[in-house]
Design a protein around this ligand. Structure first.
Ligand code: MN
Length: 132
């Protein structure tokens, strides 16, 4: 079964989301801040990442940029999660390399649809930066 890395600093959100996804059969890995998210993207090699954008140490956008900038993790699909249904947050997420975006509180059927779509059709990793 697919492994999902949840990067979320709020313990209640984290526990609820991981329980609900485990019940659907997903294997869950957890990171509680942006720096740990980047690290676990490498060590856990998840099939997909759910990335809260508001995180301590390093925000979810910066963490996503780093994950997408590292050839070892660039191909992992990322869904950004934010509390704000703002277009600017969506644009910021896509610019940071996230492949999709959803808002909190999570509506599980909608989020599952996005997860399943990305797992079924993994997007091409971003092209590596041209040599300077
Ligand atoms: Mn947060």
């Amino acid at each position: 079964m697919a492994k999902i890395l949840i990067v979320e600093d709020n313990e209640m959100n984290r526990d609820m989301l991981s329980r609900r996804l485990e019940r659907r059969g997903y294997v869950i890995a957890i990171a509680v801040d942006g720096g740990a998210g980047v690290e676990k993207a490498r060590t856990e090699a998840p099939d997909l990442i759910l990335m809260d954008v508001s995180l301590p140490v390093m925000d979810g956008w910066e963490a996503s940029r780093r994950i997408k900038g590292d050839p070892a993790t660039a191909a992992i699909p990322i869904i950004a999660l934010t509390a704000h249904a703002m277009t600017s947050d969506r644009d910021k997420s896509l610019k940071a390399g996230c492949n999709d975006y959803d808002t909190k509180p999570v509506e599980l059927p909608r989020l599952l649809g996005k997860i399943e779509a990305l797992l079924k059709n993994p997007p091409a990793p971003p092209a590596p930066a041209p040599p300077a």
